[in-house]
Design a protein around this ligand. Sequence first.
Ligand SMILES: *Cc1c(COP(=O)(O)O)cnc(C)c1O
Length: 429
Amino acid sequence: MLYQRSSALFEEAQKVIPGGVNSPVRAFTAVGGTPIFVEKAKGAYLYDADGNTLIDYINSWGPMILGHAHQPVVDAVIEKAKKGTSFGMPTQIETEIAALAVRMVPNVDKIRFVNSGTEACMSAVRLARGYTNKDKIIKFAGCYHGHSDSFLIQAGSGAVTFGTPNSPGVTKGTAQDTLLARYNDIAHVEQIVAENKNEIACIIIEPVAGNMGCIPPAEGFLQALRLVCDIHNILLIFDEVMTGFRLAKGGVQELYGVRADIVTFGKVIGGGLPVGAFAAREEIMNHLAPLGPVYQAGTLSGNPLAMAAGLAMLTELNNNTEIFDSLAKKTEYLHKGLANVMQQNNVAHTINRIGSMISIHFSETPVTDFKTAAEANGENFKTFFHGMLREGIYIAPSAFETWFLCDALTYEDLDTTIKAAATVAKTLQ
Ligand SMILES: *Cc1c(COP(=O)(O)O)cnc(C)c1O
């Protein structure tokens, strides 16, 4: 496949946009090479600027669970646009999507819409702090909750449990309020809680992690977190920006039967438009302005185009009872196919999968947290990524990302993908 036009477009973009991209992972830094500029997409396929067709396993990093340019979503946006694109006044459609979301998601009474997953997580943490009157938060190494200051934290040195900034611009003061725990390690969480008695407002977690590859929670881990939170008056925040409306109608709360206090959303809930949201039971949500003292706002929040796309998406997911099972079956089929070709070529690998999320790490040991994800063979991943791309398969350009399957993928597409992997596996160590 040729990427002349993409390369030229990337050159132009770099002159006026830092790194040529508006979000860093798009720049292919982790795998090398030139990012592909997309022209359009339909169903499971991407059509790039050079006229190549690619089978898409990223789906805009999750939102396009029904496939690209899904007709009911496109129609809803077009119809809304004709009536004006923003008013800064309430509209009925905001109530419609809120009511539907609250019906679909367990343990929440009210929801507020924002414009991104970052904003949702940032606001959820502020709400948790305002509600509990405590300052510190616990997050897990390898979990991503957007790019707001409190989350850009890495492990501190030695025995100290408070984090240090992992980006210039994040102050030490902010970093000291974020405590970093190991994913799937409840003893570590208990230790941090014991060391910071009555200071922790919330624990925020990707209840199924998708930002270090796909890493499901160990058996009993989420239940144990719930217990720690109950004992110590800590709010449990499930960041379901990735998993919400993807793994089940009610997300991970429904799937694992564990109750969160605040849930954040993004990606699928906006149907491909910029939307985030956070939800909780009434007593917590009523702490938000204008009812309560915790301030949070947005000029374009609840934007009618975004709400129309989200409502069309959620309506379809709510009505189509088969979809989550059917997606999980396709993902299992892909898993088996990929595992087969890797075994046949003696390539050390670990494939993690849940529902329509799947990822491959080139590692012999189970991948259960950030450390084990980071220990996998990165060179093999780069070779695999570029090999798959040559075969017309677009997977995430980093081993620290999950793949997302969409409903538009056919078993024929999956067979094409497995066949491509068989070719590429021969080039791996
Ligand atoms: C994508 C993501 C975010 C951030 O959402 P943006 O819309 O990119 O700001 C937060 N949390 C998780 C789990 C995500 O996957």
